[in-house]
Design a protein around this ligand. Structure first.
Ligand code: NAP
Length: 278
């Protein structure tokens, strides 16, 4: 059977951990040639060695425009083209009440989450336009589609990622390039383990907690869920999907909850009304 990404070259930032690592491994299973960028060289080189022999790892701090450009050029020099870019690198960044956030923490958070994504799209578009094809996938978050689901600056940056995705999609569609984003809910990764338990390796405990709080009973958000969404957006199956924000959160942002809804006592009546048209 033909693999879903056979013949495609994919570049992934923040590829050495969590969601990025899952995307790399999923894309590898589906036949892509992969260029991994991250600031965690040891982890990145280890994963690169585990997957296809053809994959490469490149040091890339997404806050540095030159690094991002060099990452994308490495893909072109090695494989001749770029079909997919996943702007995934991320941090939690500045936390605390709005009255207390230091300006430098605000800028540093925006630099990774928003500016890094901007650099990726800017330089990928230069390579993809002459190709006449490409798929750019940005990592947003549920904190980027609804208020109150993350720290202030993180939420601001992720809302901006959703906005930039839609706007760049409107520009690049005429060159055959699609631009979409994914908005995951809480997903069991080192980032979440560090944020909640101050221990990036406490993945099992995070998974256990997410299992209890997930809207879908007993079903925690896992990196593979996001990787499968990225696979869809990277492949030809999503050929007519552009400017879209694919939410992968078990329904959290559309009202699904692990708790009984506040109107649960009137649910039987509501169901009956639906049938009789009251
Ligand atoms: P993760 O496990 O921490 O992986 C992120 C990777 O990006 C890490 O290797 C990290 O290195 C790296 N990174 C950080 N700053 C970088 C920079 N300046 N340049 C290049 N790489 C950098 O995090 P994750 O949970 O997989 O998150 C991946 C993406 O999904 C992020 O954009 C995040 O905001 C988004 N997301 C995650 C969740 C979730 O619940 N996990 C939910 C919604 C959205 P260090 O470990 O050294 O920082």
């Amino acid at each position: 059977m033909t693999k879903r990404l056979t013949g495609k070259v994919a570049v992934v930032t923040g590829a050495a951990s969590g969601i990025g690592e899952a995307i790399v491994k999923r894309f590898d299973e589906e036949g892509a040639q992969i260029v991994m960028g991250d600031i965690q060289r040891d982890l990145g080189e280890k994963i690169s060695a585990e997957i296809s022999e053809e994959s490469i790892y490149v040091d890339c701090d997404v806050t540095q425009e030159h690094d991002v450009e060099a990452l994308l050029q490495a893909a072109v020099q090695t494989f001749g083209r770029i079909d997919v870019l996943v702007n995934n690198a991320g941090i939690v960044g500045a936390r605390g009440p709005i009255s207390e956030i230091p300006a430098e923490e605000f800028y540093a958070t925006m630099d990774v989450l928003l500016t890094g994504t901007f650099f990726g799209m800017k330089h990928a578009s230069r390579i993809m336009q002459p190709q006449g094809t490409g798929s750019i996938i940005n990592l947003a978050s549920t904190a980027g589609v609804q208020g109150g689901l993350g720290p202030h600056v993180y939420a601001a940056a992720k809302h901006a990622v959703v906005g930039l995705t839609k706007n760049v999609a409107a520009e690049l569609c005429r060159f055959g390039i699609r631009v979409n984003c994914i908005a995951p809910g809480s997903t069991a990764t080192p980032l979440v383990a560090k944020a909640h338990l101050d221990d990036h390796s406490a993945i099992e405990e995070v998974e256990y907690r997410l299992k209890k709080s997930s809207p879908i009973k007993g079903r925690p958000g896992m990196p593979i869920d996001v990787a499968n969404a990225a696979l869809y957006l990277a492949s030809e199956e999503s050929g007519n999907t552009n400017g879209h924000c694919l939410v992968v959160d078990g329904g959290l942002t559309t009202g699904s909850s692990a708790e009984d809804p506040p109107y649960s006592e009137v649910l039987p009546f509501m169901r009956e009304s639906g049938k009789t048209g009251i």
